[in-house]
Design a protein around this ligand. Structure first.
Ligand SMILES: Nc1ncnc2c1ncn2[C@@H]1O[C@H](COP(=O)(O)OP(=O)(O)OP(=O)(O)O)[C@@H](O)[C@H]1O
Ligand SMILES: O=P(O)(O)OC[C@H]1O[C@](O)(CO)[C@@H](O)[C@@H]1O
Ligand SMILES: [Mg+2]
Length: 505
């Protein structure tokens, strides 16, 4: 079987992979059982040369007790008891096949000029602009009819790392409910304050359906979150020591790098531990996904700050409302909040360069707005214009501590313009809150699918929304770099159309 993970091969392999896969399908249909051809068959059906393959415990486990598949205790129909015989209807309905796939790149562009397009080299060789669209697939998430864990043997651990994000508690609740109610797991441990909770000596929190019943009505993380403590050896020692065999890691790209390292270390030791990530970030900076949970809520919360800034600016003589929003490297919150508000005159994000001073600079633009419309609203991401300010080192997770671009910008305005500045920095207010309905539902779906993935025996994976479906993805491909706003993309151009701002250089 072909579950080994690694980077998807690029354009060159497509044609030959397809040919060999097709002949393998023929051979299989004719009853030829050659193993390599079986691999090719599976590869074409489940993860082709350009697809995002994921690791299964079968590929890495080297323990004494054989790893065997068994019927899933999870019931895909309503009101199904955990114990007792399963009917054929229940068995067949709603289980997800390992061959189910989700299309990653759902648009086939007409030209290879689009950077996200995957083209076959064959087409490009004959026509540099030609593009024979190559679909890329990811593994569909969901309950499998066969699982690789007995519910009684499971000790699941849940850990939340990095900054807070609306919906963390919803994910914890969904994980616990699916583990306990869906699969009958009795041993679930909450790890306190991030990765270091595995070895800090702080007692694990016992989790069950009762303890998580109402946690989704609160923001934050009931377990506590934290940066630092990414000592993989100590974490894996603790996992083995406590007999933990499922680890659910809720966090951003840093946390996912940690989760992947933990999964690799467990694989190196050949132990039966399934590590599954759930991407958490208000910044929406994870590759391949439609959106991360908490982002929507953060954008909604940011509306309050922008609305107040616009109101203040419009009610003051030569009023300028300035709002700084979270977003270290990625300007998604700032861009979407600007678009949603519709009263912003200038939006500044880390992905674009801009001059503050000079005839084409932002300050001169604000001056013109004050002269013509009497007020101005500027929204900037905390990571924007970092070349103007000084970073103050790194945090416990190795992330840069940013200079305060909001304060700096207001200072420049004050020194150059006669105006009345109202500066709003909502900081943690956009994330220290309960998830909205959209995010809450998304969290429930992600948590449930994370448990299905672990029971199915996958490891080193993360679960996310891809082309509106939930999928399992190999972690390294999601964290190659931060996902950024494309300054040549249509969403940024929509934003510019909304603000009416020029290029500031
Ligand atoms: N390669 C790695 N190996 C082991 N642990 C790591 C690795 N990279 C990061 N970590 C651990 O993961 C923790 C969380 O990462 P980080 O602080 O970057 O937050 P994050 O998950 O990206 O969330 P946020 O979006 O809030 O920044 C780090 O503090 C560190 O302990
Ligand atoms: O102050 P903290 O908790 O380290 O987190 C701040 C960072 O976390 C984020 O909210 C991402 O989770 C960034 O937008 C922000 O820069
Ligand atoms: Mg991060």
């Amino acid at each position: 079987m072909d579950f080994e993970f690694g980077r998807a091969l690029n354009k060159t392999t497509t044609t030959t992979a397809r040919a060999s896969a097709e002949s393998a399908i023929d051979a299989r249909l004719e009853g030829d059982d050659d193993e390599s051809e079986d691999d090719a068959f599976y590869s074409w059906r489940v993860g082709g040369a350009n697809d995002l393959k994921i690791t299964h415990l079968r590929d890495v486990y080297r323990g004494d007790v054989p790893l065997v598949a068994q019927p899933s205790p999870f019931c895909t129909t309503t009101a199904c008891p955990l114990s007792g015989p399963r009917t054929s209807v229940e068995f067949n309905s709603n289980f997800v096949s390992n061959s189910d796939r989700v299309l990653l790149n759902s648009v086939a562009f007409g030209s290879s000029a689009d950077p996200t397009q995957t083209c076959s080299l064959w087409a490009e060789t004959f026509d540099p602009n030609g593009c024979d669209y190559v679909p890329q697939w990811v593994v569909r998430a969901g309950p499998r009819s066969e699982v690789y864990f007995d519910s009684d043997e499971v000790h699941a651990a849940i850990v939340t790392c990095g900054g807070l994000c609306p919906g963390i508690n919803d994910v914890i609740r969904s994980l616990v409910n699916t583990l306990e109610v869906g699969y009958g797991v009795k041993k679930i441990s909450g790890i306190r304050y991030g990765f270091k909770g595995f070895f800090s000596g702080v007692e694990f929190m016992k989790l069950n359906k009762k303890t998580v019943r109402n946690i989704h009505t609160l923001g934050g993380s009931m377990l506590g979150s934290g940066r630092g403590g990414g000592d993989v050896q100590k974490i894996v020692e603790s996992i083995i020591h406590h007999g933990i065999n499922m680890v659910f890691v809720i966090g951003g790209n840093g946390t996912h790098a940690g989760a992947n390292a933990i999964s690799d270390e467990c694989a190196k030791r050949g132990v039966k531990v399934s590590v599954v990530g759930v991407p958490k970030t208000i910044d929406n900076d994870i590759l391949l996904l439609d959106k991360t949970f908490g982002f929507d809520t953060a954008v909604e919360e940011a509306q309050k700050a922008i609305l107040a800034a616009a109101t203040e600016a419009q009610s003051a003589y030569r009023g300028v409302g300035v709002v700084k929003l979270m977003g270290r490297q990625s300007g998604f919150i700032t861009m979407f909040a600007t678009l949603a508000n519709g009263q912003v005159d200038c939006c500044l994000i880390p992905e674009t360069t801009w001059a503050a001073h000079g005839p084409n600079g932002v300050i001169n633009y604000v001056r013109n707005l004050l002269d013509t419309q009497g007020h101005a609203v500027v929204v900037l991401a905390e990571g924007a214009g970092q070349e103007f300010v000084t970073s103050t080192g790194v945090d416990a997770g190795g992330n840069p501590k940013l200079g305060d671009i909001g304060q700096w910008f207001c200072k420049q305005l004050k020194s150059e313009l006669k105006c009345d500045i109202k500066y709003i920095d909502p900081t943690y207010m956009v994330r220290g809150c309960q998830a909205n309905a959209h995010d809450s539902i998304m969290c429930t779906v992600l948590g449930q699918n994370a448990v299905h993935g672990a029971f199915a025996g996958f490891t080193g994976i993360s679960v996310g929304t891809v082309s509106a479906h939930t999928a399992y993805l190999p972690i390294p491909r999601m964290i190659e770099h931060e996902r950024l706003v494309d300054p040549d993309g249509r969403m940024w151009h929509r934003t510019l159309e909304s603000t009416g701002q020029p290029d500031f250089f």
